[in-house]
Design a binder for this molecule. Structure first.
Ligand SMILES: NC(=O)c1ccc[n+]([C@@H]2O[C@H](COP(=O)([O-])OP(=O)(O)OC[C@H]3O[C@@H](n4cnc5c(N)ncnc54)[C@H](OP(=O)(O)O)[C@@H]3O)[C@@H](O)[C@H]2O)c1
Length: 392
């Protein structure tokens, strides 16, 4: 599978790529356009393709998929194709998952309570965009472990027979425009990203190569990207915290690397620190435990300028593993670090050791911790650095 993908897990254990390609098109556009556009989408890395009998292009979409399988671009099992399926298809092994479309909360409730229901719907595809964010339905779906799939996420194709032509054009929205400017992305990418960030799978239709290629770039957060690179490079211990406010992004990366077969869940050692908001409370709202009671290991600032020798000896005597953070000298965030303090990785002794051992100062600093029995954390957003650090 393509590492560009972010996946969302379905309740039946399958994973759906968070960005899907829409294939509905106006009748006046020739069907051959669909073959061309679907091939471009697959080549660009889109593996989730949405279709329906009603669109009258299933044959063309099938031809495009077959041709991209034949030329080795994708394997059949990497393509997540959605059409409108029923229980018998799943029984016959013709469909992996069953979802719904255009169901409201009441209708979903009816399905879920249907006597003899064999396969719970895993997703519900509905119109959903910044002008109609479906918050209530999304909350309901989340509570029932149903993934919401958004169509019309880019404001629809504004086909005359469906859309009042005087209604505002979503991608021209001024707030969206401001956000696009601020984040140096197009309004289309901002709207798609909005859906992914709230756990919604988004469909994006286009017949234009430049747009299709743009849409697959729906920005993964830096954390998701870096975590994926780290897992690919071989990192298996991932450290996060409620306070960092990126646990969702880290989770997306881990899930995606499980989905594409790079790792198994049991191979990932994930350490977190829950926020006080998540701690159990007594009837008066007082937190029952404090973070000390919940600690399994002892994670502290520890590096060559603060080697925690006394604490390390104590931990060893009590059979507690010490985990070093800021081992590379921290990210030197202005909020926490006096900018005039010496830069750890520029330390001359470290430099001399690095030269002697033909390694970088970062590798020397990490190796120092491992050699003294300390578990060490290393942060980076840069692919080259992440790949270097795993060489310790
Ligand atoms: N289950 C249902 O009842 C249902 C109903 C409707 C749709 N759907 C599914 O959802 C899919 C998507 O919804 P939709 O077809 O309504 O359209 P959409 O994805 O909301 O919007 C498509 C429009 O966005 C524009 N666009 C695409 N990428 C862009 C980019 N990077 N920058 C600027 N503009 C961009 C395209 O304009 P251009 O003209 O410039 O290419 C196209 O007109 C459908 O194709 C279909 O598969 C399902």
């Amino acid at each position: 599978m393509n590492s560009k993908h972010q996946y969302v897990e379905l309740s039946d254990g399958h994973f759906i790529p968070a960005l899907g390609f829409g294939t509905y098109k106006p009748e006046e556009i020739p069907n051959s356009k669909t073959i061309e556009a679907t091939k471009i989408a697959i080549e660009a890395g889109i593996h989730h393709i949405d279709c329906a009998y009603f669109y009258q292009v299933e044959e063309e979409v099938g031809l495009a998929i077959r041709s991209k399988i034949a030329d080795g671009t994708v394997k059949r099992e990497d393509i997540f194709y959605t059409t409108k399926a029923i229980e018998k298809c799943k029984d016959a092994g013709l469909a992996k998952s069953i979802g719904m479309s255009n169901f409201n909360c009441r209708q979903l409730e009816m399905i879920l309570n249907k006597p003899g229901l064999r396969y719970k719907p895993v997703c519900n595809q509905v119109e959903c965009h910044v002008y109609h964010n479906q918050k209530k339905l999304l909350d309901f779906c989340k509570s029932k472990d149903i993934v919401l799939v958004a169509y019309g996420a880019l404001g629809t194709q504004r086909i005359k027979k469906w859309v009042d032509q005087s209604s505002p054009v979503l991608l021209d929205d001024p707030v969206l425009g401001d956000l696009a400017k601020k984040h140096k992305r197009s309004p289309a990418l901002i709207t798609l990203r909005y859906q992914l960030q709230r756990g919604v799978v988004a469909l994006a239709q286009s017949l234009k190569e430049n747009e299709i290629k743009e849409n697959i770039q729906v920005p993964n957060s830096k954390t998701t990207e870096a975590t994926k690179i780290a897992i690919e490079a071989g990192f298996r211990h991932i450290d996060s915290a409620y306070f960092y406010q990126v646990e969702e992004e880290v989770g997306l990366a881990i899930r995606s690397k499980i989905a594409d077969g790079t790792v198994k869940r049991e191979d990932i050692f994930y350490t977190s620190k829950p926020g006080e908001e998540l701690f159990p409370k007594d009837e008066n709202g007082k937190i029952i435990y404090d973070s000390v009671d919940l600690c399994a290991v002892w994670e502290v600032e520890c590096h060559i300028y603060l080697n925690q020798r006394k604490l390390l000896d104590f931990c060893k005597s009590k059979d507690i593993v010490l985990v070093a953070y800021s081992a590379l000298g921290t990210q030197r965030d202005k909020q926490w670090v006096d900018q005039s303090s010496p830069v750890l990785l520029d330390d001359p002794v470290l430099g001399a050791l690095a030269k002697k051992h033909k390694r970088s100062p970062a590798l020397i600093a990490l190796r120092y911790q491992l050699q003294r029995g300390v578990v060490v954390l290393a942060q980076s957003f840069k692919e080259s650095e992440i790949k270097e650090n795993i060489q310790v």
